[in-house]
Design a protein around this ligand. Structure first.
Ligand code: NAD
Length: 255
């Protein structure tokens, strides 16, 4: 594996599971020093141990914790090269707007969007001081497409991540900081696989829209994140970086 991230200090939020975990493995395989952040201490610690990185327990929706996270990383490692702001939730009580209460709405916005605001707010000053850095914020293809199977707060939260990221990419473009929004399509995480294994019709209703006819894997997303984090993406900023099996480009899909 090409060591595109050799000795780069990379913070990954939500590193204990799914896309974050696959990215921790990929970053480490490319030479990065991984700081694995998660609210789930067991999962986060296991991820950090596996990749020879450091674990920091933090709730990304807590401003003080996020500030302490980034300041602490720079204090201990001397720099901050990559921030993959990826932690997010998609709880069952976030559904149709007709059913979803304001408590669920606010919780999802806080964990998915306000957290990204905090992570960028407290990562960027360190990157400005270095004159270099790459930020990747996890949005989603649902920031661009509507679904009749609504998760209204989740969709709104990802739309906000996408537009916030674009603006930051533009604002800091001449100061060496790249800020990109990663938009995964539907990804076969353990939770999703379990759900769809039990309900083939539910899976089929979604898969029919994906030109490639399958869900993506966390490893396929991790490959894209490593690219965005690396100097191979040196002319890419403020982008809507789709890794979606073609779903956002499709009208009629192959049989
Ligand atoms: P996941 O549930 O497998 O992992 C998320 C991790 O984030 C977990 O380890 C969890 O403990 C952690 N986390 C949750 N809340 C946190 C908090 N407040 N503070 C710190 N850590 C917290 O999820 P995933 O499928 O890997 O998704 C990762 C990101 O990708 C999310 O932002 C999600 O919205 C987005 N995404 C996922 C898909 C998909 O199909 N899986 C598609 C598009 C976008």
């Amino acid at each position: 594996m090409q060591a595109r991230l050799q000795d780069r200090v990379a913070v990954i939020t939500g590193a204990g599971s799914g896309i974050g975990l696959a990215t921790a493995r990929r970053f480490a395989s490319e030479g990065a020093k991984v700081v694995a952040v998660d609210i789930d201490a067991d999962a986060g610690r296991a991820a950090a141990e596996e990749v020879g990185g450091e674990f920091v327990a933090a709730d990304v929706a807590d401003e003080e914790a996020v500030k302490a996270l980034f300041d602490g990383v720079v204090e201990r490692h001397g720099r901050l090269d990559v921030a993959f702001n990826n932690a997010g939730i998609s709880p069952p009580d976030d559904d149709s707007i007709l059913e979803t209460g304001v408590e669920a709405w606010e919780r999802v916005l806080k964990v998915n969007t306000t957290s990204v605001y905090y992570c960028c707010k407290y990562a960027i000053p360190h990157m400005l001081a270095q004159g270099k850095g790459s930020i990747i914020n996890t949005a989603s293809f649902v920031a661009l497409m509507g679904a009749a199977t609504s998760q209204i707060a989740y969709t709104a939260s990802k739309g906000a991540v996408l537009s916030m990221t674009r603006e930051l990419g533009v604002q800091f473009a001449r100061q060496g900081i790249r800020v990109n929004a990663l938009c995964p399509g539907p990804i076969a995480t353990p939770l999703l696989l379990e759900l769809f294994a039990k309900d083939a019709e539910r899976a089929a209703r979604r898969l029919v829209h994906v030109p490639m006819g399958r869900f993506g894997t966390p490893e396929e997303i991790a490959g894209a994140v490593a690219f965005l984090a690396s100097d191979d993406a040196s002319f890419i900023t403020a982008s809507t970086f789709l890794v979606d099996g073609g779903i956002t480009g499709a009208y009629v899909t192959p049989l």
